[in-house]
Design a protein around this ligand. Sequence first.
Ligand SMILES: [Zn+2]
Length: 79
Amino acid sequence: MGKRKSAAKPPPKKRMDKLDTVFSCPFCNHGSSVECRIDMKNLIGEASCRICQENFSTTVNGMPNLCIKLYRLLLISLL
Ligand SMILES: [Zn+2]
């Protein structure tokens, strides 16, 4: 009978990639100064720059990748 190695390593767990919540600021061009927060209760996403205090908020009703979407909306709003 073939013996099986019992010390099989468990497969590496795929880490949940942390979604980007920090972006560069289109207002002051400072890298990674815009932080995104999602208010799940009120479904409002808010992105604000800690350097120039600019902020942008919008409703984020059930969007995937909320922060990224929010940031895109911010950029679009500047066009
Ligand atoms: Zn800024």
